[in-house]
Design a protein around this ligand. Structure first.
Ligand SMILES: *[C@@H]1O[C@H](CO)[C@@H](O)[C@H](O)[C@H]1NC(C)=O
Ligand SMILES: *[C@@H]1O[C@H](CO)[C@@H](O)[C@H](O)[C@H]1NC(C)=O
Ligand SMILES: *[C@@H]1O[C@H](CO)[C@@H](O)[C@H](O)[C@H]1NC(C)=O
Ligand SMILES: *[C@@H]1O[C@H](CO)[C@@H](O)[C@H](O)[C@H]1NC(C)=O
Length: 698
């Protein structure tokens, strides 16, 4: 390698290590040392010192403890990496001044702490006191200290500190040379109080704080009321709800809550009293850390209340606010923003100002969709002047949370203002469960799809993206609004070309992007006039079995009972192949005799007659009953059973009215398979049937 290059690399390496050293530099100075002579069962004689140091863990640092004796001799002990050291009894004289400091040293330099001057006669530090006795009412504690037990020592002064489980901070009192303490402040009932104590001997340092001693103060009856609400899942109907309540705060429980008493009144004025002990919930009571619910449906419950009891009494009954009938007012009233930790709901009360006077408070609730009743649910009651509430917790990603706002009046009537779905994070939605072409004409078609179900949306669906592609059409993409979220959706495609194949696809789109593609295709029909003609043929097919049956029945009536079974065994000409019956559709409402009126049609020429076997009994029955009772009901269905087209299976025949509304498109579910319908109509024109007159004469 070129020597100049080598030099450059060397210089480069050196400058990097110089830069590192400059960055690291000498260590920080350690803290001042703290020193004492420990005194447990046996009192020690050496001075123990310890200190703190902020050091760079990448650089190994060593410490040394230094002191100056009465004769101005400086001595030290190396402690290695340890942050404590010991000055042996032989290095100092008792009851004299001893300056002490610490030095830290690394390969980048050294640093010295401040110097502390100790009086070696004043360094005795006793071990913490030990509790010997306590009582609950009044709150009182006693302890013993090592200072009393060592013959050469006596007790100096003690400090007591205390707190209860509601307050998190300690309060401290200096009490002098005592070994017991009676709590003199106001005692709150049913709370756990914690005590610690520390003492010094007559000379020397205070001990560390003792271990914590806990005492439960005396209990009284609970006060206040339970915050009770109901969880009805995410469904709009609150038929199936459970009663749920917040555990009563410790500050109101005044002792250990033993159980709950629930009163349920039904619509029939029956009142049921349920006493559930926490020790034996019998499956009725389910509690987590913060709330409980009654594992029983509120169906047919008209009023409900709950109270909590401890060994000394009970709270007042809390009544569940019963919702007023009526629908929520819409989604626009509340605004939800959420992430995985915070869920914030805000609202503008000016929307329901007329009601505002009678509003007592708001209840804001959220429910994680897909959770059982009583789970994934929380609520907050807020003052009527509030316009926003934030829940904190862990909100799962891609899961729908239904957030609802209720107003509650003084008379415990609640009103559901609004609900919206929120997500802490949006994901890619699943594909739509159903996408099909609902109707097809020559120049237009209607698409139909089912919205993605809530549990598969993974995020708020912003819109559905629908694309269409045809040979002569190019590619067009439509955005279709996703709201309302329920019910099937349709899109009408206009300006299509006749007899042309199109491909269509759909994707649900959330903030995270579009979901999977669902594709289908269709072919537009012949131009309009052809289409009409084929439709009327179709109608004729559908009506023919009915008409034939009726004709035959009438005919047999006319001719006498001996001919009634004509249709059962005999082969009859296939009537479907004639245009005669096109006309019949419009006469169905008329009375029976119209059939005998000759139809104004050019006399048919005989040609090959197609013969089929029709199983009359089934048809006969249906035709008679249907036609006689409800001659023209649009929802009428006639069940036909034929061997020829569908073996022995039953199929539904959709009547002509339905046929029209369904638009003659794909997906029809009638007696006739769609392949039949697509047959070439012109062939049928050659086929024929005897006229009504022929039948009569037979
Ligand atoms: C409920 O049950 C507990 C324990 O079984 C009992 O002490 C208490 O008196 C009962 N409460 C009522 C109101 O009956
Ligand atoms: C939730 O709100 C708290 C308080 O405003 C905030 O400190 C925290 O960062 C928020 N969490 C997230 C994930 O935004
Ligand atoms: C559909 O919406 C997306 C996102 O808002 C937009 O980029 C696109 O242009 C829209 N397409 C149509 C056809 O409106
Ligand atoms: C959806 O599928 C169709 C047909 O396969 C295709 O033409 C279209 O580009 C796809 N759309 C997306 C966004 O992948």
């Amino acid at each position: 390698m070129d020597p100049e290059w080598l030099l450059l690399i060397l210089i480069g390496n050196m400058s990097i290590s110089f830069a590192l050293e400059g960055l690291l530099g000498p260590p920080y100075p350690p803290s001042k040392p703290e020193c004492h002579i420990p005194c447990d069962e046996i009192c020690g004689v050496d001075i123990h010192c310890n200190w703190n140091h902020r050091f760079d863990p990448r650089v190994s640092t060593n410490y040394s403890l230094h002191w100056e004796t009465a004769h101005n001799v400086v001595d030290h002990v190396n402690t290695g990496t340890s942050l404590s050291g010991l000055i042996g009894r032989e290095h100092f004289s008792m009851y004299s001044e001893l300056p002490v400091w610490v030095q830290a040293e690394s390969k980048y330099g050294s640093a010295k702490s401040q110097v502390v001057v100790f009086n070696t006669g004043n360094l005795v530090k006793p071990s913490p006191p030990i509790f010997t006795r306590s009582q609950q009412d009044p709150l009182e504690i006693s302890w013993k200290s090592i200072c009393n037990l060592q013959s050469h020592l006596s007790l100096g002064s003690c400090d007591v500190r205390f707190r209860n489980e509601v307050e998190q901070f300690w309060r401290e009192e200096e009490i002098g040379g005592q070994v017991n303490y009676e709590f003199s402040g106001p005692v709150r009932p049913g709370l756990v109080y914690e005590f610690q104590v520390r003492c010094s001997c007559a000379t020397g340092l205070k001990s560390n704080w003792s271990a914590t001693h806990k005492i439960m103060s005396f209990e009284t009856a609970p006060t206040g009321q339970i915050d009770v609400w109901k969880d009805c899942g995410v469904s709009a109907t609150n038929n199936d709800c459970v009663m749920t309540w917040k555990k009563i705060p410790i500050s109101q429980a005044h002792g250990q809550i033993l159980g709950y008493e629930v009163k349920l009144s039904s619509n029939h004025n029956m009142t049921e009293l349920v006493n559930i002990s926490i020790a034996e919930p019998r499956g009725l009571l389910v509690c987590d850390e913060h709330q409980c619910y009654l594992n029983s449906s509120l169906k047919s419950v008209s009023s409900a209340s709950v109270l909590a009891y401890n060994a000394h009494g009970a709270t007042m009954h809390s009544y569940l606010a019963i919702p007023e009938p009526g629908k929520a007012r819409g989604e626009d009233f509340i605004n939800v923003t959420m992430n995985t930790e915070n869920l914030t709901i805000s609202w503008d009360p000016s929307f329901w100002l007329p009601d505002a006077k009678s509003i007592d408070e708001y209840v804001v609730q959220y429910k994680q969709a897909g959770c059982h009743l009583g789970k994934g649910f929380d609520w907050i009651r807020v003052n009527k002047s509030c316009t926003s509430v934030t829940f904190t917790g862990q909100f799962e990603k891609y899961r729908p949370y239904q957030v609802s706002l209720f107003t509650v009046r003084a008379n415990q009537q609640s009103h559901h203002i609004s609900s919206v779905i929120g997500y802490s994070s949006h994901g890619i939605p699943a594909k739509v469960p159903l996408f099909k072409v609902n109707s097809i004409a020559a120049t237009h078609a209607t698409l139909l799809w089912e919205p993605v179900p809530l549990d598969m949306q993974n995020g708020l669906i912003l819109y559905y993206k629908i694309g269409i592609h045809g040979k002569t059409h190019g590619k067009t993409v439509y955005n279709v609004s996703a709201s309302p979220q329920d019910g099937n959706k349709t899109l009408e495609l206009l300006n299509l070309s006749a007899n042309q194949e199109y491909e269509v696809w759909i994707q649900a789109v959330t903030a995270a992007g579009p979901g999977a593609n669902v594709t289908t295709s269709f072919i537009t029909t012949q131009p309009e006039h052809l289409e009409l003609k084929s439709k009327s043929h179709l109608l004729a097919f559908l009506l023919l079995p009915a008409i034939i049956c009726c004709l035959l029945i009438l005919f047999s009536f006319h001719k006498g009972a001996d001919k009634a079974c004509l249709c059962i065994n005999e082969k009859v000409p296939d009537p479907y192949n004639s245009t005669i019956f096109k006309m019949t559709k419009y006469r169905m409402n008329d009375t029976i005799p119209w059939i005998w009126i000759p139809i104004n049609e050019p006399p048919p020429t005989m040609s090959i007659l197609e013969v089929v076997e029709i199983q009359c009994p089934v048809c006969e029955q249906d035709c008679l009953s249907e036609d006689q009772t409800r001659p023209a009901a649009p929802s009428k269905r006639c069940t036909c059973r034929t061997n020829r087209y569908s073996g022995d299976e039953y199929r539904e025949m959709v009547d002509s009215e339905e046929e029209k509304s369904a638009g003659g498109g794909a997906g029809r579910d009638d007696c006739w398979s769609s392949s039949e319908e697509e047959q070439d109509m012109s062939g049928y024109e050659q086929h024929f049937m005897p006229t009504a007159v022929d039948i009569l004469n037979a």
